[in-house]
Design a protein around this ligand. Structure first.
Ligand SMILES: [Zn+2]
Length: 477
Protein backbone atom coordinates (compact mmCIF):
# COMPACT_ATOMS: atom_id res chain seq x y z
CA UNK A 1 0.00 0.00 0.00
CA UNK A 2 1.43 3.35 -0.93
CA UNK A 3 2.21 5.83 1.76
CA UNK A 4 0.06 8.44 0.11
CA UNK A 5 -3.12 6.47 0.47
CA UNK A 6 -2.71 5.61 4.12
CA UNK A 7 -4.32 8.63 5.73
CA UNK A 8 -7.46 8.37 3.63
CA UNK A 9 -7.79 4.69 4.46
CA UNK A 10 -7.35 5.65 8.05
CA UNK A 11 -10.31 7.99 7.89
CA UNK A 12 -12.34 5.38 6.13
CA UNK A 13 -11.67 2.88 8.90
CA UNK A 14 -12.62 5.41 11.55
CA UNK A 15 -15.83 6.20 9.68
CA UNK A 16 -16.75 2.57 9.15
CA UNK A 17 -16.05 1.70 12.74
CA UNK A 18 -18.30 4.29 14.30
CA UNK A 19 -21.46 2.22 14.61
CA UNK A 20 -19.53 -0.78 15.98
CA UNK A 21 -18.66 0.78 19.31
CA UNK A 22 -21.46 1.72 21.60
CA UNK A 23 -20.52 4.74 23.58
CA UNK A 24 -23.01 6.53 25.69
CA UNK A 25 -20.67 9.38 26.37
CA UNK A 26 -21.18 12.29 28.68
CA UNK A 27 -18.68 15.12 28.97
CA UNK A 28 -18.72 14.69 32.74
CA UNK A 29 -19.05 11.67 34.99
CA UNK A 30 -21.63 11.78 37.83
CA UNK A 31 -20.76 13.90 40.83
CA UNK A 32 -19.77 11.05 43.16
CA UNK A 33 -17.22 9.83 40.60
CA UNK A 34 -15.90 13.35 40.06
CA UNK A 35 -15.46 13.77 43.79
CA UNK A 36 -13.44 10.56 44.01
CA UNK A 37 -11.24 11.56 41.04
CA UNK A 38 -10.71 14.99 42.58
CA UNK A 39 -9.78 13.56 45.99
CA UNK A 40 -7.23 11.16 44.53
CA UNK A 41 -5.82 13.95 42.34
CA UNK A 42 -5.48 16.26 45.35
CA UNK A 43 -3.81 13.53 47.40
CA UNK A 44 -1.30 12.74 44.63
CA UNK A 45 -0.43 16.40 43.93
CA UNK A 46 0.11 17.11 47.62
CA UNK A 47 2.66 14.32 48.04
CA UNK A 48 6.06 15.71 47.09
CA UNK A 49 7.49 13.33 44.53
CA UNK A 50 10.14 15.52 42.91
CA UNK A 51 12.55 13.72 40.63
CA UNK A 52 15.59 14.53 42.78
CA UNK A 53 14.24 15.44 46.22
CA UNK A 54 10.98 13.57 46.58
CA UNK A 55 9.75 10.00 46.66
CA UNK A 56 7.15 8.24 44.57
CA UNK A 57 6.60 5.44 47.10
CA UNK A 58 4.03 7.38 49.18
CA UNK A 59 2.03 8.10 46.01
CA UNK A 60 2.11 4.42 45.04
CA UNK A 61 1.07 3.46 48.58
CA UNK A 62 -1.76 5.99 48.63
CA UNK A 63 -3.08 4.50 45.39
CA UNK A 64 -2.77 0.98 46.80
CA UNK A 65 -4.74 1.97 49.92
CA UNK A 66 -7.52 3.40 47.74
CA UNK A 67 -7.66 0.20 45.72
CA UNK A 68 -7.75 -2.05 48.80
CA UNK A 69 -10.55 0.05 50.27
CA UNK A 70 -12.46 -0.43 47.00
CA UNK A 71 -12.15 -4.19 47.28
CA UNK A 72 -9.16 -5.00 45.09
CA UNK A 73 -7.42 -8.08 46.42
CA UNK A 74 -3.87 -7.93 47.69
CA UNK A 75 -2.74 -10.44 45.06
CA UNK A 76 -3.70 -8.03 42.28
CA UNK A 77 -1.71 -5.13 43.73
CA UNK A 78 2.05 -4.90 43.36
CA UNK A 79 4.27 -2.37 45.08
CA UNK A 80 7.98 -2.26 44.42
CA UNK A 81 10.79 -0.37 42.77
CA UNK A 82 14.49 0.06 42.14
CA UNK A 83 14.98 1.71 45.52
CA UNK A 84 12.83 2.28 48.62
CA UNK A 85 11.99 5.85 47.61
CA UNK A 86 11.28 5.05 43.98
CA UNK A 87 8.20 2.90 44.37
CA UNK A 88 5.87 1.86 41.56
CA UNK A 89 2.34 0.49 41.71
CA UNK A 90 0.88 -2.09 39.36
CA UNK A 91 -2.74 -3.21 39.71
CA UNK A 92 -4.69 -5.68 37.61
CA UNK A 93 -8.43 -5.60 37.01
CA UNK A 94 -9.47 -8.99 35.64
CA UNK A 95 -11.42 -9.38 32.43
CA UNK A 96 -12.69 -12.45 30.61
CA UNK A 97 -9.28 -12.99 29.04
CA UNK A 98 -10.66 -13.01 25.51
CA UNK A 99 -8.12 -10.38 24.51
CA UNK A 100 -4.60 -9.61 25.72
CA UNK A 101 -4.40 -6.99 28.50
CA UNK A 102 -4.28 -3.24 28.03
CA UNK A 103 -1.77 -1.24 30.08
CA UNK A 104 -2.66 2.21 31.41
CA UNK A 105 0.49 4.06 32.36
CA UNK A 106 1.21 7.30 34.22
CA UNK A 107 4.35 8.50 35.97
CA UNK A 108 4.03 9.76 39.53
CA UNK A 109 7.31 11.64 39.87
CA UNK A 110 7.32 15.35 39.06
CA UNK A 111 9.80 18.01 38.02
CA UNK A 112 11.11 19.96 41.03
CA UNK A 113 9.21 23.07 42.07
CA UNK A 114 10.46 25.73 44.48
CA UNK A 115 7.99 27.72 46.54
CA UNK A 116 9.84 30.98 45.76
CA UNK A 117 9.55 30.40 42.02
CA UNK A 118 5.78 30.01 42.18
CA UNK A 119 3.07 32.48 43.03
CA UNK A 120 1.52 29.84 45.35
CA UNK A 121 2.47 26.64 47.15
CA UNK A 122 3.27 24.16 44.35
CA UNK A 123 2.45 21.19 46.56
CA UNK A 124 -1.13 22.11 47.35
CA UNK A 125 -3.92 21.53 44.90
CA UNK A 126 -5.38 25.00 44.60
CA UNK A 127 -8.55 25.65 42.63
CA UNK A 128 -8.66 29.20 41.36
CA UNK A 129 -10.35 30.96 38.43
CA UNK A 130 -11.37 27.72 36.78
CA UNK A 131 -8.00 25.99 37.08
CA UNK A 132 -6.34 23.40 39.30
CA UNK A 133 -2.85 24.64 40.19
CA UNK A 134 0.02 22.56 41.54
CA UNK A 135 3.15 20.70 40.46
CA UNK A 136 2.16 17.63 38.51
CA UNK A 137 -1.42 18.79 37.89
CA UNK A 138 -0.74 18.38 34.17
CA UNK A 139 2.38 16.22 34.10
CA UNK A 140 1.32 13.57 34.97
CA UNK A 141 -0.80 13.26 38.11
CA UNK A 142 -4.12 14.04 36.44
CA UNK A 143 -3.83 10.93 34.32
CA UNK A 144 -2.52 8.89 37.28
CA UNK A 145 -5.50 9.91 39.43
CA UNK A 146 -7.97 9.33 36.60
CA UNK A 147 -6.68 5.81 35.91
CA UNK A 148 -7.16 4.85 39.58
CA UNK A 149 -10.55 6.56 39.98
CA UNK A 150 -11.92 4.93 36.82
CA UNK A 151 -10.61 1.50 37.77
CA UNK A 152 -12.41 1.78 41.11
CA UNK A 153 -15.57 2.82 39.25
CA UNK A 154 -15.36 -0.15 36.84
CA UNK A 155 -15.21 -2.45 39.84
CA UNK A 156 -18.15 -0.74 41.49
CA UNK A 157 -20.20 -1.22 38.34
CA UNK A 158 -19.17 -4.84 37.99
CA UNK A 159 -17.85 -4.05 34.51
CA UNK A 160 -16.52 -7.21 32.84
CA UNK A 161 -13.98 -6.27 30.17
CA UNK A 162 -12.79 -8.66 27.48
CA UNK A 163 -9.22 -8.08 28.57
CA UNK A 164 -7.42 -7.43 31.84
CA UNK A 165 -6.94 -3.73 32.53
CA UNK A 166 -3.56 -3.06 34.11
CA UNK A 167 -2.72 0.31 35.65
CA UNK A 168 0.94 1.12 36.33
CA UNK A 169 1.96 4.26 38.22
CA UNK A 170 5.70 4.59 37.89
CA UNK A 171 8.78 6.43 39.15
CA UNK A 172 11.34 8.67 37.53
CA UNK A 173 10.08 9.47 34.10
CA UNK A 174 11.45 13.00 34.39
CA UNK A 175 15.09 12.54 33.50
CA UNK A 176 14.90 8.76 33.50
CA UNK A 177 18.00 7.25 35.06
CA UNK A 178 18.59 4.04 37.00
CA UNK A 179 15.31 4.19 38.97
CA UNK A 180 12.97 4.62 36.02
CA UNK A 181 9.91 2.57 36.92
CA UNK A 182 9.02 1.37 33.43
CA UNK A 183 12.54 0.19 32.67
CA UNK A 184 12.70 -1.48 36.09
CA UNK A 185 9.36 -3.24 35.63
CA UNK A 186 10.28 -4.43 32.13
CA UNK A 187 13.49 -5.88 33.49
CA UNK A 188 12.28 -7.36 36.77
CA UNK A 189 8.52 -7.96 36.50
CA UNK A 190 7.64 -7.89 32.86
CA UNK A 191 4.77 -10.35 33.43
CA UNK A 192 2.99 -7.71 35.51
CA UNK A 193 2.77 -5.25 32.62
CA UNK A 194 2.77 -7.61 29.64
CA UNK A 195 0.07 -6.24 27.39
CA UNK A 196 -1.15 -5.89 23.83
CA UNK A 197 -0.72 -2.13 23.87
CA UNK A 198 -0.51 0.76 26.31
CA UNK A 199 -2.01 4.21 26.83
CA UNK A 200 0.21 6.89 28.32
CA UNK A 201 0.86 10.63 28.52
CA UNK A 202 2.34 12.45 25.53
CA UNK A 203 -0.81 13.37 23.61
CA UNK A 204 -3.32 15.91 24.87
CA UNK A 205 -6.04 18.12 23.53
CA UNK A 206 -5.02 21.44 22.00
CA UNK A 207 -7.06 24.53 22.65
CA UNK A 208 -6.61 28.02 21.25
CA UNK A 209 -8.48 31.08 22.49
CA UNK A 210 -10.94 28.87 24.32
CA UNK A 211 -11.68 26.77 21.22
CA UNK A 212 -10.78 23.09 21.01
CA UNK A 213 -8.53 22.54 18.00
CA UNK A 214 -7.55 18.87 18.08
CA UNK A 215 -7.31 15.83 20.30
CA UNK A 216 -3.74 14.65 19.79
CA UNK A 217 -2.77 10.99 19.75
CA UNK A 218 0.94 10.50 20.20
CA UNK A 219 2.18 7.52 18.23
CA UNK A 220 5.91 7.99 17.95
CA UNK A 221 8.86 9.97 19.24
CA UNK A 222 12.09 11.18 17.75
CA UNK A 223 15.17 9.84 19.48
CA UNK A 224 18.39 11.54 20.50
CA UNK A 225 21.94 10.81 19.36
CA UNK A 226 24.86 13.02 20.38
CA UNK A 227 28.06 13.14 18.35
CA UNK A 228 31.48 14.54 19.11
CA UNK A 229 33.30 16.14 16.20
CA UNK A 230 36.97 16.33 16.99
CA UNK A 231 40.15 17.56 15.36
CA UNK A 232 43.56 17.01 16.87
CA UNK A 233 46.89 18.30 15.61
CA UNK A 234 50.36 18.81 16.90
CA UNK A 235 50.00 22.47 17.80
CA UNK A 236 52.99 24.79 18.21
CA UNK A 237 53.79 28.41 19.00
CA UNK A 238 51.15 30.93 17.93
CA UNK A 239 53.88 33.28 16.64
CA UNK A 240 54.45 30.86 13.75
CA UNK A 241 51.02 29.81 12.51
CA UNK A 242 50.67 27.02 9.98
CA UNK A 243 47.85 26.33 7.57
CA UNK A 244 46.71 23.14 9.32
CA UNK A 245 44.83 24.54 12.34
CA UNK A 246 42.45 22.42 14.44
CA UNK A 247 40.05 25.30 15.16
CA UNK A 248 39.82 26.34 11.51
CA UNK A 249 39.26 22.75 10.40
CA UNK A 250 36.50 22.25 12.92
CA UNK A 251 34.94 25.62 12.09
CA UNK A 252 34.89 24.74 8.39
CA UNK A 253 33.30 21.38 9.15
CA UNK A 254 30.61 23.05 11.29
CA UNK A 255 30.01 25.58 8.54
CA UNK A 256 29.31 22.74 6.12
CA UNK A 257 27.00 21.16 8.69
CA UNK A 258 25.11 24.42 9.15
CA UNK A 259 24.39 24.53 5.41
CA UNK A 260 23.15 20.97 5.35
CA UNK A 261 19.63 19.70 5.88
CA UNK A 262 18.60 16.06 6.15
CA UNK A 263 16.08 14.99 3.51
CA UNK A 264 12.52 16.18 4.02
CA UNK A 265 10.02 13.35 4.23
CA UNK A 266 6.90 12.08 5.91
CA UNK A 267 6.17 8.74 7.52
CA UNK A 268 2.86 7.06 8.34
CA UNK A 269 2.32 9.19 11.43
CA UNK A 270 3.46 12.56 10.13
CA UNK A 271 1.59 12.17 6.84
CA UNK A 272 -1.59 11.60 8.84
CA UNK A 273 -0.65 14.58 11.04
CA UNK A 274 -0.23 16.93 8.08
CA UNK A 275 -3.45 15.71 6.54
CA UNK A 276 -5.37 16.50 9.74
CA UNK A 277 -3.60 19.84 10.18
CA UNK A 278 -4.66 20.79 6.65
CA UNK A 279 -8.25 20.68 7.87
CA UNK A 280 -7.52 22.92 10.82
CA UNK A 281 -5.25 25.60 9.34
CA UNK A 282 -6.34 28.26 6.90
CA UNK A 283 -4.80 30.24 4.02
CA UNK A 284 -1.90 29.13 1.82
CA UNK A 285 -0.42 26.93 4.51
CA UNK A 286 -3.54 24.78 4.36
CA UNK A 287 -2.72 23.77 0.80
CA UNK A 288 0.93 23.10 1.63
CA UNK A 289 -0.06 20.87 4.54
CA UNK A 290 -2.32 18.82 2.29
CA UNK A 291 0.37 18.58 -0.39
CA UNK A 292 3.06 17.67 2.12
CA UNK A 293 0.89 14.82 3.39
CA UNK A 294 0.92 13.48 -0.16
CA UNK A 295 4.68 13.77 -0.51
CA UNK A 296 5.24 17.11 -2.29
CA UNK A 297 8.86 18.18 -1.78
CA UNK A 298 8.10 21.82 -2.63
CA UNK A 299 5.33 21.98 -0.04
CA UNK A 300 7.57 20.34 2.56
CA UNK A 301 10.28 22.90 1.85
CA UNK A 302 7.89 25.78 2.39
CA UNK A 303 6.56 24.26 5.63
CA UNK A 304 10.07 23.59 6.95
CA UNK A 305 11.04 27.20 6.22
CA UNK A 306 7.86 28.51 7.84
CA UNK A 307 8.15 26.76 11.20
CA UNK A 308 10.96 25.17 13.26
CA UNK A 309 8.40 22.69 14.60
CA UNK A 310 7.33 21.58 11.12
CA UNK A 311 10.96 21.46 10.03
CA UNK A 312 11.68 19.13 12.96
CA UNK A 313 8.66 17.02 12.08
CA UNK A 314 9.78 16.59 8.47
CA UNK A 315 13.40 15.59 8.98
CA UNK A 316 16.16 14.38 11.24
CA UNK A 317 17.99 17.43 12.58
CA UNK A 318 21.57 17.81 13.86
CA UNK A 319 22.85 20.98 15.48
CA UNK A 320 26.09 22.03 17.19
CA UNK A 321 25.39 22.70 20.87
CA UNK A 322 28.78 22.74 22.67
CA UNK A 323 32.24 23.84 21.67
CA UNK A 324 35.71 23.39 23.13
CA UNK A 325 39.23 23.91 21.90
CA UNK A 326 42.72 25.28 22.43
CA UNK A 327 44.74 25.28 25.63
CA UNK A 328 46.58 28.62 25.76
CA UNK A 329 46.25 32.08 24.28
CA UNK A 330 49.66 31.83 22.68
CA UNK A 331 49.60 28.25 21.43
CA UNK A 332 48.28 26.69 18.27
CA UNK A 333 45.33 24.49 19.23
CA UNK A 334 46.00 20.79 19.61
CA UNK A 335 42.34 20.07 20.03
CA UNK A 336 39.07 21.49 18.74
CA UNK A 337 35.81 19.70 19.37
CA UNK A 338 32.08 20.23 19.12
CA UNK A 339 29.07 18.34 20.41
CA UNK A 340 26.38 17.87 17.81
CA UNK A 341 22.91 17.00 19.09
CA UNK A 342 20.74 15.04 16.66
CA UNK A 343 16.99 14.45 16.91
CA UNK A 344 16.39 11.47 14.71
CA UNK A 345 13.23 10.30 12.97
CA UNK A 346 12.28 6.81 14.17
CA UNK A 347 12.84 5.36 10.70
CA UNK A 348 16.40 6.73 10.40
CA UNK A 349 19.19 4.58 11.86
CA UNK A 350 22.12 5.70 14.00
CA UNK A 351 24.50 4.40 11.29
CA UNK A 352 22.74 6.44 8.64
CA UNK A 353 23.02 9.63 10.70
CA UNK A 354 26.67 9.00 11.49
CA UNK A 355 27.65 8.27 7.89
CA UNK A 356 25.69 11.30 6.71
CA UNK A 357 27.53 13.54 9.18
CA UNK A 358 30.85 12.11 8.01
CA UNK A 359 29.95 12.85 4.41
CA UNK A 360 28.79 16.39 5.22
CA UNK A 361 31.89 17.16 7.27
CA UNK A 362 33.94 15.78 4.37
CA UNK A 363 37.27 15.99 6.15
CA UNK A 364 38.88 12.79 7.35
CA UNK A 365 40.78 14.66 10.01
CA UNK A 366 37.50 15.53 11.71
CA UNK A 367 36.39 12.44 13.58
CA UNK A 368 32.67 11.87 14.11
CA UNK A 369 32.08 9.74 17.20
CA UNK A 370 28.85 8.68 18.88
CA UNK A 371 28.55 9.76 22.51
CA UNK A 372 26.94 7.31 24.94
CA UNK A 373 24.74 4.48 23.78
CA UNK A 374 21.82 5.82 21.78
CA UNK A 375 18.60 3.83 21.92
CA UNK A 376 16.76 4.20 18.62
CA UNK A 377 13.08 4.94 18.87
CA UNK A 378 10.22 3.12 17.26
CA UNK A 379 6.84 4.25 16.05
CA UNK A 380 3.78 2.37 17.19
CA UNK A 381 1.63 1.16 14.32
CA UNK A 382 -1.48 3.23 13.74
CA UNK A 383 -3.74 0.51 15.13
CA UNK A 384 -7.20 0.76 13.60
CA UNK A 385 -8.93 -0.28 16.84
CA UNK A 386 -7.17 2.43 18.84
CA UNK A 387 -7.79 5.05 16.17
CA UNK A 388 -11.42 4.09 15.84
CA UNK A 389 -12.04 4.18 19.58
CA UNK A 390 -10.21 7.48 20.08
CA UNK A 391 -12.00 8.96 17.07
CA UNK A 392 -15.40 7.81 18.21
CA UNK A 393 -15.13 8.86 21.86
CA UNK A 394 -13.68 12.22 20.76
CA UNK A 395 -16.58 12.76 18.37
CA UNK A 396 -19.10 11.79 21.05
CA UNK A 397 -17.67 14.23 23.61
CA UNK A 398 -16.51 17.06 21.36
CA UNK A 399 -18.28 16.86 17.99
CA UNK A 400 -16.16 18.09 15.12
CA UNK A 401 -12.83 18.04 16.96
CA UNK A 402 -10.37 15.98 14.88
CA UNK A 403 -8.00 13.34 16.27
CA UNK A 404 -4.49 14.20 15.10
CA UNK A 405 -1.78 11.51 15.20
CA UNK A 406 1.50 13.09 16.28
CA UNK A 407 5.20 12.37 16.57
CA UNK A 408 6.79 14.34 19.40
CA UNK A 409 10.33 15.71 19.69
CA UNK A 410 10.75 14.82 23.36
CA UNK A 411 10.71 11.43 24.98
CA UNK A 412 8.34 9.71 27.41
CA UNK A 413 8.26 6.26 29.00
CA UNK A 414 6.39 5.17 25.88
CA UNK A 415 9.77 4.75 24.22
CA UNK A 416 10.91 1.96 26.56
CA UNK A 417 7.60 0.16 26.07
CA UNK A 418 7.71 0.47 22.28
CA UNK A 419 11.27 -0.88 22.22
CA UNK A 420 10.08 -3.77 24.41
CA UNK A 421 7.39 -4.55 21.83
CA UNK A 422 4.39 -2.95 23.53
CA UNK A 423 2.91 -0.33 21.18
CA UNK A 424 2.15 2.80 23.18
CA UNK A 425 -0.23 5.66 22.49
CA UNK A 426 -0.14 9.03 24.20
CA UNK A 427 -3.73 10.07 24.75
CA UNK A 428 -5.41 12.05 27.53
CA UNK A 429 -8.38 13.98 26.27
CA UNK A 430 -7.35 16.74 28.65
CA UNK A 431 -7.23 20.05 26.78
CA UNK A 432 -4.53 22.68 27.24
CA UNK A 433 -4.14 26.13 25.73
CA UNK A 434 -1.43 25.56 23.14
CA UNK A 435 0.03 29.01 23.80
CA UNK A 436 0.23 28.47 27.55
CA UNK A 437 1.67 25.03 28.24
CA UNK A 438 3.12 25.06 31.76
CA UNK A 439 4.46 21.53 32.21
CA UNK A 440 7.77 21.67 34.13
CA UNK A 441 7.24 25.41 34.63
CA UNK A 442 5.85 27.93 37.06
CA UNK A 443 2.22 27.75 38.23
CA UNK A 444 1.50 24.51 36.37
CA UNK A 445 -2.24 24.12 35.90
CA UNK A 446 -5.12 22.24 34.31
CA UNK A 447 -8.55 23.66 33.59
CA UNK A 448 -11.11 22.29 36.06
CA UNK A 449 -13.48 21.47 33.23
CA UNK A 450 -10.65 19.91 31.20
CA UNK A 451 -9.75 17.64 34.10
CA UNK A 452 -13.30 16.34 34.44
CA UNK A 453 -13.69 15.98 30.69
CA UNK A 454 -10.45 13.99 30.54
CA UNK A 455 -11.84 11.84 33.35
CA UNK A 456 -14.97 11.13 31.29
CA UNK A 457 -13.02 10.67 28.04
CA UNK A 458 -10.61 8.11 29.48
CA UNK A 459 -13.46 6.30 31.24
CA UNK A 460 -15.18 5.77 27.87
CA UNK A 461 -12.01 5.16 25.87
CA UNK A 462 -10.71 2.36 28.09
CA UNK A 463 -14.15 0.73 28.10
CA UNK A 464 -14.38 0.96 24.31
CA UNK A 465 -10.92 -0.58 23.95
CA UNK A 466 -11.53 -3.42 26.37
CA UNK A 467 -15.07 -4.31 25.49
CA UNK A 468 -15.03 -4.47 21.75
CA UNK A 469 -13.16 -6.91 19.59
CA UNK A 470 -10.53 -5.04 17.61
CA UNK A 471 -11.56 -3.89 14.16
CA UNK A 472 -10.27 -6.62 11.90
CA UNK A 473 -8.09 -5.55 9.06
CA UNK A 474 -5.78 -7.16 6.58
CA UNK A 475 -2.57 -5.77 5.26
CA UNK A 476 -2.16 -3.32 8.08
CA UNK A 477 -2.14 0.42 7.97
ZN1 LIG B 1 5.33 13.60 31.99
Amino acid sequence: MSKMKKPSLLRLIIALSLPCISVNAQTKRPESERTLAHDIYKQFVEIQSGFTTGATTPVAEAAAARLRAAGFSESDIFLGGANPKKGNLVVRYHGTGKLKPILLLAHIDVVEAKREDWSMDPFQLIERDGFFYGRGTGDDKAQAAIWIANLIQYKKEGFKPDRDIIVALTADEEGGGPYNGVVWLLKNHRELIESEFALNEGGWGEESKGKRISNDLQVSEKYVVNFRLEVRNKGGHSSMPVADNAIYRLAAALQRLSNFGFPLKTNEVTAAYFQEMAKIETGTVKEDLAKASKGSQEAMQRLAAASPAWNATLRTTCVATLLEGGHAMNALPQLAAATVNCRVLPEDSVDYVQSTLQRVVSDDQVSVKILGEPAPGLASALRPDVLAAVGHVTEALWPGVPVVPIMVMGATDGKALRIAGIPTYGIQGIFFDRDDIRFHGRDERVGVQSFYEGHAFLYELVKALSETAPVTHSGGL
